[in-house]
Every structure is written in structure tokens, then in C-alpha cells.
Design a protein around this ligand. Sequence first.
Ligand SMILES: [Zn+2]
Ligand SMILES: [Zn+2]
Length: 223
Amino acid sequence: MQNILLPILSVLLGYAFVLILKPTQNKNLKLLLAFSGAFLLSITVFNFLPEVYAQSNEYVGLFIMIGILMQIILEFFSKGAEHGHVHLDKSETNFPWLLFISLSIHSVLEGIPIHNHSSLLIGIIIHKLPVAIILATFFFASQLPKAKIVFFLVLFALMTPFGVLLSENFTFIQNYYYEISAIVIGIFLHISTTILFESNEDHKFNITKLITIIAAIAIAYFV
Ligand SMILES: [Zn+2]
Ligand SMILES: [Zn+2]
């Protein structure tokens, strides 16, 4: 049950944060993003990757690379919303279907391995929080009709839980569980390293960011 509720809660928390506090400070959001990227990468490398490698067949590596490629392709359409920025035109009034579909594919997939890897849930919750904040900030400032915004944000909150339900109820998904998990590993490797790379765009030494990243790695190691 918590596998379904907690991802929804983390997204709702992100929306509430934007609605109530109307954050204007970009710096703190960047730190939260850096934390989430380092944390998700650590959970993947410390737990998720070794578990899938140990239980699976020789094709794991291949599926991990497919996951990386898949996320690269998804980001042609989402413009990087999964790892922390939205590039749509704020005056756009048409529904951003490409963003919506690519983000949904990403979110459903990442829900599938949750119930077999306990620390993965925490990694996904922490990864979703800044993404929800970024999406909500963009949509509340956009010219899109309110009903469409609510539709988009609610569906986004439900996609990962939908992946959890799929993996629990469909034997097709269970039969390909390790292949899908390896694809999700690839997706996480891509988004988390991209977050870390982009959070350090100017390559200037930033002690706060460095401490944030080290803290995320340390916490992920001990959960
Ligand atoms: Zn990017
Ligand atoms: Zn994600």
C-alpha cells in the first residue's frame, strides 16, 4: 500500500509547496535537485543494480543500455522534465501531449520495480519531489486552462502508482520483471548523472552543493 501512497504523497507535497509557498528562490531548488540526483544514483549503484545483476541473466547489461537510450529518446519529447527543467513556452495554450506522454512512460516504468527493492521507494520519492515542484511551477505560471493543468498534474501523480499496480497484477510484466528493472536502472543512471552534470554547469567549486551531494550518498548508503 505504501508503494502506491508514498509516490502520490511526494508529488502532492511538491504541488502544495508551490501553491502555498510560491517559491522564488531557485538556489534551494537546485540543491534539492542535486540531492535527489546523488541519492537516486547511490540507491541505484548500492542496491538496485547489484540486486538485479545477481538475480538476472547475462542480458542485464544490454537492457541497462536500452534504458539509457530510451531515456535519451524520451527527453527529446519531454525536454528534460524528468531531471529538472521544463522548456515549454509559457504562452502556449495547447496541451503539451509529448511532454505528458514521455513523462508518463518514464513514470510508469519506474513504478514497476518498487515492490521488490525496499530502498528504491525512498529514492523515487526523493526524485519525484523536485520534479513535481518544477512541473507545478511551470504549469501554474502557464496560460493553459485550469482544467487541463489539474488533469495533467493529477495524472502525473498517478503514473508511478499505476506502474506499481501493473507489476503486481500482470504476469506479462512479472515474466519480464528483470528486463524491465534493468531498463529502469538505465533510466536512473541517465537522469541522475544528468542532474549531477547539469547542477554543476559552470564547473565552479560550490561547497554547499558538494556537501549536499556527499550527504545524499552517505544517507543512501545507510538506508
Ligand atoms: Zn537537462
Ligand atoms: Zn522519474
